[in-house]
Design a protein around this ligand. Structure first.
Ligand code: CDP
Length: 239
């Protein structure tokens, strides 16, 4: 099979293949640190569905271009796609994860440098097209839980279940700091809330709930409760 110009993607989109079995798709969208990825992964584990974190691909592309050229004023769609040639999505036991030139890059893509620049890369239309195709190719024919900003609107408009998770930005900041496992001061919460609000505004264009999404405000829910809600909604939708 021939390769198309976008790195890591087979030319024929599996979504357009009418004979391919359609899997059940749960799309979970929401703003920064709303708990999408961890929730999606836990839902996937409960249901036996694989998880795809679309944000991990925007992060991987950002890590790739940062390795080539740390000056964002030089970045273009072409430069980012060229730098991203070695990126692929690999299936593991519960989730797909991005690898670059055959190596896992989890620590690098979660670093502060990538987080600072990822929204800029995510505004590039051809980078968005590349991520969308990678995600669709990984999902094809599978039962899948996919998370991001535009999974229910752009990437899987016919998803079987769409969820939009929200939470108060201070609560999201507190959760993100807790995730890091280091002691947290009031000033750190204030600073992190500011960073999250800034990323929310940069990502606002693509972070829109689908008209048929179920909105879940998780501010006062435990992670277990939000996972249970989505599993119950899935059971109802499937039966
Ligand atoms: O987990 P967190 O909310 O920090 O972000 P992420 O899901 O890892 O996504 C990182 C960045 O990728 C976001 O800030 C967006 O700029 C971008 N993104 C996007 O534009 N569309 C998606 N479907 C997923 C992520």
């Amino acid at each position: 099979m021939r390769r198309c110009f976008l790195p890591g993607i087979l030319e024929r989109s599996p979504q357009s293949d009418p004979v391919k079995r359609k899997g059940f798709v749960i799309a979970i969208d929401g703003p920064a640190a709303s708990g999408k990825s961890s929730t999606a992964q836990m839902v996937g584990e409960k249901l036996g569905y694989l998880h795809i974190d679309s944000g991990s691909l925007y992060r991987a592309a950002t890590a790739a271009i940062l390795r080539r050229d740390p000056d964002p004023s030089h970045w273009s769609d072409d430069a980012v796609l060229e730098a991203s040639r070695g990126i692929e999505l690999r299936p593991a036991r519960t989730s797909f994860y991005p690898a670059m030139d055959g190596q896992g890059i989890e620590d690098e893509i979660r670093g502060a440098d990538v987080t600072r620049h990822v929204s800029r890369v995510a505004q590039m239309p051809r980078v968005r097209a590349w991520v969308n195709e990678m995600v669709r190719a990984a999902a094809a024919g599978r039962d899948i839980v996919v998370d991001g900003r535009d999974m229910g609107t752009v990437v899987f408009p016919s998803a079987d279940l769409k969820i939009f998770l929200t939470a108060d930005s201070r609560e999201r900041a507190t959760r993100r700091l807790r995730q890091r496992g280091t002691p947290t001061s009031e000033q750190m919460i204030v600073d992190e809330t500011k960073r999250i609000n800034e990323r929310d505004s940069r990502d606002a264009r693509q972070t829109v709930p689908a008209s048929d999404a179920v909105l879940i405000d998780t501010t006062s829910l435990t992670q277990q409760e939000q996972v249970e809600r989505i599993v119950t909604l899935t059971d109802r939708t499937r039966s």
